[in-house]
Design a protein around this ligand. Structure first.
Ligand SMILES: CC(C)(COP(=O)(O)OP(=O)(O)OC[C@H]1O[C@@H](n2cnc3c(N)ncnc32)[C@H](O)[C@@H]1OP(=O)(O)O)[C@@H](O)C(=O)NCCC(=O)NCCS
Length: 153
């Protein structure tokens, strides 16, 4: 995968059909298009990754008072494991640093080992757990809460 072919840009409402399609292909309990729309309308930051004008990944985050919370992140199933998720997170973290954000938080499903490995590679640390935080097809599962201080990276 040639990472120089990738472009990151702000998510627009016109991207939401493609974003929702990726979400449905990657998440156990996916957000629907209205949830993404609400995020954009309340001013959360959304980003998409494009290659050859095709949306192949996205992220949504909420930032305030020097802190940022990553609310959602996914790479299209056929495009995974080529470095795109890592590249996207690096672009986001570098943009946040330029905005003066110091601390980044996120939750990840206790069963989501591949995402946990991605965040470990980015040097996130586990700072806590939220019991029964996520819905699953069968019931509930815990979230791990991770954080990264980017002020002096
Ligand atoms: C998590 C996700 C965004 C990673 O995106 P990706 O483009 O496949 O990840 P990358 O190719 O950049 O991999 C970066 C690191 O993540 C980890 N990783 C990614 N996929 C993995 C897999 N299938 N198995 C084990 N580790 C994996 C590895 O540490 C990898 O580094 P390495 O290649 O040096 O071993 C992607 O798997 C995804 O969209 N998953 C579904 C949605 C999701 O779980 N989002 C996170 C919610 S908190």
């Amino acid at each position: 995968m040639n990472l120089t072919e990738l472009m990151i840009r702000p998510m627009a409402e016109s991207d939401l059909a493609a974003v929702t399609m990726i979400e449905q292909g990657t998440q156990e309990v996916p957000w629907n298009i209205a949830m993404f729309m609400d995020c954009l309308r309340v001013g959360y930051q959304g980003f998409v990754v494009e290659r050859e004008e095709q949306v192949i990944g996205f992220a949504i985050l909420a930032s305030a008072a020097g802190e940022s919370h990553i609310l959602n992140l996914a790479v299209s199933p056929l495009e995974q494991r080529q470095g795109i998720g890592f590249w996207l997170m690096q672009q986001i973290l570098s943009g946040l640093r330029q905005q003066g954000v110091n601390l980044v938080f996120l939750e990840v499903r206790a069963s989501n080992v591949k995402a946990q490995k991605l965040y470990k590679k980015l040097k996130f640390s586990e700072i806590g757990q939220r019991k029964n935080y996520y819905q699953t097809k069968q019931g509930r599962e815990d979230a791990l809460v991770l954080s990264l201080n980017i002020s002096n990276v």
